[in-house]
Design a binder for this molecule. Structure first.
Ligand code: F6P
Length: 361
């Protein structure tokens, strides 16, 4: 048994803004309780290697710039599920025991995992199999984790997408163009909807609401003919399908597929149906790499502190969550089971419609 209470912390899945601010908050909260806190490198990958890759985290490390930085100082991974780990010969191996042994070797009394729904599912499976204590913190620019209004990284992504619209507007107006902005968000349209409203979009397309290109063309023509405006701004969420129901995806070297490219499809249709010159910008990972804006730093701080409080209270298998401007905790299982997409009765859907923004339907 370690002399002092010792906990671990890791970041898992795709990075987003605010991860370092979460780590900082957890380190401050743990150290002020007299505990040790080990940062595991590259998510569960650090626990698969021998020697285990980790660093002892101290308050002093976080006294300066780290919480202001994008990315994660611990590194992360969104591949290599240890239940089905891809081996060089093309087979899959169950490597869960190596991770469980790693946690025992480090004598961690609990692990705080900062991740999205996929990572939480894997880590919960590991905790159940290995009998270790787990608390999770939701992070994802997509904001699609269930049972929490906000996940770390979302607000900054909205900020970056809004700023992109601010920059597209003058060039659109100068050239009489329709500007299409494609944003990430996986199967949830939260980023597109929020940034579209904040950035004055005329059309917002999200995967939760089906669209017709005739309706979009009608809206764009009415901007020119009735409002006398010479440009339009369109935001498209990456998982929006083509009119015939196909997903636009990019296959990366090695075979992994991600969403991408629907903006070009929509842009071409708009140009064809309206005669407007159209240009497309795909923001992609730019949405993730920024320094966190203040909302993400606040949520990160509150989540990091609450996660340490849960460990202190011996409350495990819980995810910290944001609800009505306070921090609560919910069973991890419930959060994973309920995907947080945009509801048809979402206040922002109502807001967008009331502002005259076309949602494609
Ligand atoms: O889940 C976060 C996210 O950024 C999605 O919005 C996007 O579809 C995906 O990750 C991109 O994944 P990768 O980092 O593997 O390119």
């Amino acid at each position: 048994m370690a002399e002092k209470k010792r906990i671990g912390i890791l970041t898992s899945g795709g990075d987003c803004a605010g991860l370092n601010a979460v780590i900082r908050a957890a380190v401050f909260a743990a150290v002020s309780r007299g505990w040790e806190i080990y940062g595991i490198e590259d998510g569960t990958a650090g626990l698969l290697d021998r020697p285990i890759r980790y660093q002892k985290l101290t308050r002093e490390m976080f006294d300066t710039t780290i919480m202001r930085l994008g990315g994660t100082i611990l590194g992360t991974t969104n591949k290599g599920n240890p239940f089905k780990f891809p081996m060089p010969d093309g087979t899959f191996k169950d490597r869960t025991q190596e991770i469980i042994d790693g946690i025992k070797e480090l004598e961690l009394e609990a692990v705080i995992a900062i991740g999205g729904d996929g990572s939480m599912d894997i880590l919960r499976g590991l905790a159940k199999r290995g009998g270790f204590n787990l608390v999770t913190i939701p992070k994802t620019m997509d904001n699609d984790v269930g049972k929490t209004e906000i996940s770390v990284g979302f607000e900054t992504a909205v900020h970056v997408a809004t700023e992109a619209l601010d920059r597209l507007q003058p060039t659109a107006a100068s050239h009489d163009r329709v500007m299409v902005l494609e944003v990430m968000g996986r199967d949830a349209g939260h980023v597109a909807l929020a940034a579209g409203i904040a950035g004055g979009a005329d059309v917002i397309l999200i995967p939760e609401i089906s669209y017709s290109t005739d309706k979009i063309a009608e809206k764009i023509m009415s901007i020119r003919e009735q409002e006398g405006r010479n440009f339009a701004l369109v935001v498209v969420s990456e998982a929006v399908k083509t009119e015939t129901g196909g997903a636009r995806q990019v296959e990366h070297y090695g075979g992994k597929k991600t969403y991408g490219g629907i903006g070009y499809y929509i842009g071409d249709l708009i140009a064809e149906k309206t005669g407007f010159e159209t240009r497309v910008t795909v923001l992609g990972h730019v949405l993730r790499g920024s320094s966190p804006i203040h909302q993400d730093r606040i949520v990160a701080a509150a989540f990091g502190v609450h996660a340490v409080d849960l460990v202190a209270q011996g409350k495990f298998d819980r995810m910290v969550a944001w609800s009505n401007r306070s921090v609560i905790d919910v069973p991890i299982e419930e959060a994973i089971a309920s995907y947080h997409a945009v509801n048809q009765d979402d206040a922002l859907v109502h807001t967008a419609r009331a502002l005259g923004i076309c949602l494609g339907d």
